[in-house]
Write a protein of this length. Sequence first.
Length: 317
Amino acid sequence: MEVYVMGSDQRSVRCARVSFGKDEQTDPERDKKLLRYLFKHRHASPFEHNIIAFRSDKKEWLGILEKLENPAVQIYHSGGFVWLNLRNAINSMEHLPEEIFEEIKRFFPATWSIVEKRGDVSDEELSKLPYTRDRVFLQEKMETSSGWVGLVDRLELGTDMDYYTFIVECPLFVARQWHRHRFGSYNEISRRYTAYDIKFYIPEVLRKQAKSNKQASIDEPVKEPFHTEFLKEIKRLIEESYSLYERMTEREVAKELARGILPQFMKTRYYWTVPRISLDNFITLRTHEGAQKEIREFAEAIRDMVGYKGTDRKNRL
Ligand SMILES: Cc1cc2nc3c(=O)[nH]c(=O)nc-3n(C[C@H](O)[C@H](O)[C@H](O)COP(=O)(O)OP(=O)(O)OC[C@H]3O[C@@H](n4cnc5c(N)ncnc54)[C@H](O)[C@@H]3O)c2cc1C
């Protein structure tokens, strides 16, 4: 059977470790223990960044859907393929065709052994399990004025459900806009866990509020001396709030509360795995002149990396 897979055991681990900002640091022995922990404690979202596609007609796909008792399982059909992520494959394994499991086991040997034994795997057994890694950390990376976006991987079969995984580093307010794009999966650094690598975006130019559109700006800086003055104030306040944050965490204030003092200019970092139809929708909406400049730059960078295919035009609304 024609089966295509994007991801590896390590991919889930990296998407889990981004919570601590440590997604670049992996080690097979520790990683396999983490996979067991994630599975046993139902920390499921890191598994969503692994994608499986297999050739199938709509009849077979509908047959699978018909057997599902769990309404939360998401399995799609596009361009002659059934598409699902690893989380959905785990949740529907008894209904999927036998032939795909050879590939699933080849791409996710550690994960699948843990799943098959329902997490009941000793450290010794774990140490003997094979483990798969990603070929590269990032295939491509582009800077924007407020952060960067990197392409981790892609699975392109020429369908509306082709999949892409990106890493994004951007200010909190850009992330808030981005995460409104619900069709896709996210795993993000958690400021409940870690004070690691806190950075801030400080705009070079303070754009003027647009008069014609209440939520937009125009490409013109506010007048001097206010421009220089406000930029100086912004830097001072960021330094002050970060210093208070540090003092609080040093004196055992929980990070989950201390972070409340950090401004929206703080950067966050997340993995985003997204199907083409949702990616095209993102590109259409966020490259539009009505979108905020900072997110527009990201959407343009993504379009430059993987193109725009117009699949979102199928949506009437
Ligand atoms: C310029 C601009 C201004 C905005 N202003 C605001 C604002 O002021 N306040 C605010 O809250 N948001 C605002 N948004 C966010 C906007 O309302 C959308 O939430 C966001 O653009 C994501 O779009 P989407 O729902 O099409 O994408 P996704 O959530 O990624 O959905 C992709 C596609 O999946 C389908 N879909 C997903 N979920 C559902 C569902 N539950 N029901 C039916 N179909 C679904 C649809 O076909 C959809 O097009 C703004 C967006 C833009 C671009």
